[in-house]
Design a protein around this ligand. Structure first.
Ligand SMILES: C[S@@+](CC[C@H](N)C(=O)[O-])C[C@H]1O[C@@H](n2cnc3c(N)ncnc32)[C@H](O)[C@@H]1O
Ligand SMILES: O=C(O)C(=O)C[C@]1(C(=O)O)C=C[C@@H](O)C=C1
Length: 247
C-alpha cells in the first residue's frame, strides 16, 4: 500500500474546496484514514473476524464504499465459506482503479482467497444480489441523508437469514456536552497523530458539507425502520463506532 503521508491540508488555502475522493486523496488515503479515525485498523481487521461468523455458503459479501479495499482484503483473509464471492463497490474511479491493483497484489501473495470483483458504481442505484455479509465502513455518512433509509432497506432485503450488516460511522451526539467532549478528544487524537491546527481546521471545512454523521439513536431507529431485527454496537473509540445489524 502507498506510504505517502497525508499533507493535503497543510498549506493555507484561500478557499477550502469540498472534500472528494479524487486522485490526490487516493495517494494518501491509507495514511489519512489511519491518522483520522480512532480504532480504524482494529475495526477493519475485526470486520473480517465478524464476517467469518455470518458468511453463508454460496452468497455474496459486499464491501460498499470500498475505497482501497482494506475491508475487502480483511474479508478475504478471514472468510473461508464455500462458494462466497466478495464484491467491492465504490463510485470513485480513482479509488476503484487503485483498489484493483492492491487486490491483484493480495492475490499474488496468498493462495485460496475468495474470488473478488471491484465495481465502479453508485451504491444507492445498485441492485443487490443475495448476500450474507454487507460491510459499510464509514460510507453511509457520505450518502445523502434523504436516501439513507432506502439504501438500508435494500440491504436488509438482500441479506439472507443468518447474515449481517456491519456498519461503521462517525457519530454525532444528541447531548451537547458529550458531543463537545468527544469532538475535542477526536481533535486531540488527530493532533497526537501529527496533524497541525491548520490541517485539522481545513479538513473540517472540507468535509462539513459532504459528510453528515448521525447519532447512535438515529442509526438504531433507521435500521429498525429498514427492517433490521437487532442492532448491536460492537466497537466504539471516541466518536467512531461500528454496529452489527441483524436481518
Ligand atoms: C471513508 S471512505 C470508506 C473507507 C473504506 N470503507 C475503508 O474501510 O477503508 C468512503 C468511500 O465511500 C465512497 N462513496 C461515497 N458515496 C458513494 C456512493 N454513492 N456509491 C459508492 N461509493 C460511494 C467514496 O468514494 C469513498 O471511497
Ligand atoms: O472526521 C474526520 O475528521 C475525518 O477525517 C473522518 C473521515 C471519515 O470518517 O471517513 C473523513 C474523511 C476521510 O475519508 C477520512 C476520515
Amino acid at each position: 500500500m502507498s506510504q505517502e503521508p497525508d499533507r493535503l491540508f497543510s498549506a493555507a488555502l484561500d478557499q477550502v474546496p469540498d472534500f472528494t475522493f479524487n486522485e490526490d486523496v487516493v495517494r494518501v488515503f491509507p495514511d489519512m484514514i489511519k491518522r483520522s479515525v480512532p480504532g480504524y485498523p482494529t475495526i477493519v481487521e475485526n470486520i473480517g473476524v465478524l464476517a467469518a461468523q455470518f458468511a453463508r455458503p454460496d452468497t455474496l459479501l459486499y464491501d460498499l464504499g470500498s475505497s482501497l479495499g482494506a475491508v475487502t482484503q480483511a474479508l478475504r483473509r478471514h472468510v473461508r465459506s464455500d462458494g462466497c464471492r466478495v464484491l467491492a463497490v465504490d463510485n470513485s474511479a480513482a479509488m476503484v482503479e487503485r483498489c484493483a491493483e492492491y487486490l491483484k497484489a493480495q492475490d499474488a501473495m496468498y493462495q485460496e482467497l475468495l474470488p473478488v470483483q471491484v465495481l465502479e458504481a453508485d451504491i444507492t442505484a445498485l441492485e443487490l444480489q443475495p448476500a450474507s455479509v454487507v460491510a459499510m465502513n464509514f460510507t453511509l455518512q457520505f450518502i445523502e441523508p434523504a436516501v439513507r433509509l432506502a439504501l438500508l432497506g435494500k440491504i436488509r432485503q438482500a441479506l439472507v437469514p443468518g447474515g449481517a450488516l456491519i456498519l461503521s460511522e462517525k457519530l454525532r451526539f444528541e447531548d451537547a456536552g458529550e458531543h463537545a467532549l468527544l469532538t475535542d478528544l477526536h481533535i486531540a487524537f488527530k493532533r497526537a497523530n501529527g496533524y497541525s491546527e491548520l490541517e485539522i481546521a481545513q479538513k473540517r471545512s472540507a468535509i462539513e458539507n459532504v459528510m453528515k454523521p448521525d447519532s447512535l439513536e438515529e442509526h438504531r431507529t433507521r435500521l429498525e425502520a429498514a427492517g433490521f431485527s437487532k442492532v448491536v454496537p460492537w466497537f466504539q473509540c471516541l466518536n467512531f463506532a461500528s454496529l452489527i445489524a441483524l436481518p
